[in-house]
Write a protein that binds this ligand. Structure first.
Ligand code: AMP
Ligand code: MG
Length: 352
């Protein structure tokens, strides 16, 4: 299949491209779209046939449900059986934005996109290209991240091209995304809302609006074999993984740097070694290792934004083992560490 690639920028949207993409979607095609979190692979959420195409292009297990993207809060009433007060309050404060809400699904939503669950995950993305596309096409967009299943999520159109070119109908290149990690997912079907996937909207942000919020215990554990099974089906799979093996070292900066240098010195005898460092620490590593800067410790958002790119950059090198520094698991740090633990297959050395 030949994949159409079109460039659009949010501040000067080319309407012809939106019309072209709408048509592809209306005819049952699948289109990669930029969002503020990561690139998504979008198709008609109400069509089982289209959802099969999405799962197939990504190589994603079909029990892993898809998030439905909408362009107006009113759409909630079509997709959800009931819309709780909390959902409206959260939508009011954080939509459009990086927050996905899990609600009881309506009859309209096919089982194929919910992996057979009776709930549906819904989000209104903060990207004008996508909002225009949903409004113009009149199609709710099922859109998982636009990567091959298991690989780091795409934060540029180039990442999408690398994974999906030739497998999907169209890619809208909207430039580099703003946030760089996937949306926060909050389950509103239980008494107390539960965070199923940490993201840019933190527990504190949610609690400001709806009071007590819990975090699914399974998502923050460093070792995957402690017996918790994550409630979001997708969170149990190996994910975000670079080609190289990876280990994370946790502790105070100086201790971590010394330890990584020591480990790297040994490992270099076997293979090429890479290090994920920060602006503050990058020059403290030994010669002969490939150091990449993920972001600045003074601004966690830069780390979230650089994470998947750095992992994909290593895929282009001959590095076979990566050591990564860790980050404080507070607020946004929780979302970052959740992704890092998974990328490393939960291979963690804790020196704290
Ligand atoms: P992605 O589309 O790659 O951002 O991944 C979507 C995530 O949302 C996966 O971890 C899914 O398991 C999760 N998800 C989607 N729908 C539901 C749902 N109804 N209940 C719980 N988790 C969901
Ligand atoms: Mg994904």
């Amino acid at each position: 299949m030949e994949t159409i690639i079109r460039q659009v920028r949010e501040d000067s949207i080319n309407k012809e491209v939106i019309s072209e993409a709408s048509k592809v979607l209306q005819e049952g095609g699948i289109v990669a779209i930029p969002t503020e979190t990561v690139y998504g692979l979008a198709g008609d959420a109400l069509s089982s046939e289209v959802s099969h195409k999405i799962y197939e292009a990504k190589g994603r297990p079909s029990d892993n449900p898809l998030i439905v993207h909408i362009s107006s809060v009113d759409d909630l009433y079509k997709l959800a059986k009931k819309v709780p007060e909390e959902a409206l309050k959260l939508a009011d404060k954080y939509w459009p934005g990086p927050l996905t809400m899990v609600l009881e699904k309506s009859e309209l939503v096919p089982d194929t996109i919910t992996g057979g669950l009776s709930t549906v995950a819904i989000r209104m993305p903060n990207n004008k290209i996508v909002l225009d596309l949903i409004s113009e096409s009149g199609i709710y967009l099922a859109a998982p991240s636009a990567n091959t299943s298991g690989k780091p999520s795409p934060t540029t159109a180039e990442h999408v091209i690398a994974d999906l070119s030739g497998k999907i109908d169209m890619i809208i290149d909207g430039g580099k995304v703003g946030i760089g990690i996937e949306s926060t997912i909050v389950d509103l079907t239980s008494e107390v809302p539960v965070i199923l996937r940490p993201g840019f909207i933190t527990k504190k942000d949610l609690e400001e609006v709806v009071g007590d919020v819990e975090i699914d215990k399974a998502i923050l554990q460093k070792n995957s074999n402690k017996g918790f099974v994550p409630k979001a089906p997708g969170m149990k799979y190996k994910h975000y993984a670079p080609k190289a093996d990876m280990a994370i070292v946790l502790g105070d900066d100086d201790v971590v740097i010394d330890k990584i240098n020591q480990l790297a010195q040994d490992k270099m005898k076997e293979c090429k070694v890479g290090i994920i460092a920060t602006t503050q620490t990058a020059d403290k590593y030994i010669q002969g290792v490939e150091v990449k800067i993920v972001g600045s410790r003074e601004n966690e958002a830069t780390i979230a934004n650089g994470l998947y790119s750095v992992l994909r950059e290593f895929d282009k090198t001959d590095v076979e083992f990566i050591y990564s520094e860790g980050f404080v698991e507070d607020e946004l740090g929780q979302a970052i560490m959740n992704r890092l633990f998974k990328a490393a297959g939960h291979n963690v050395m804790d020196l704290r």
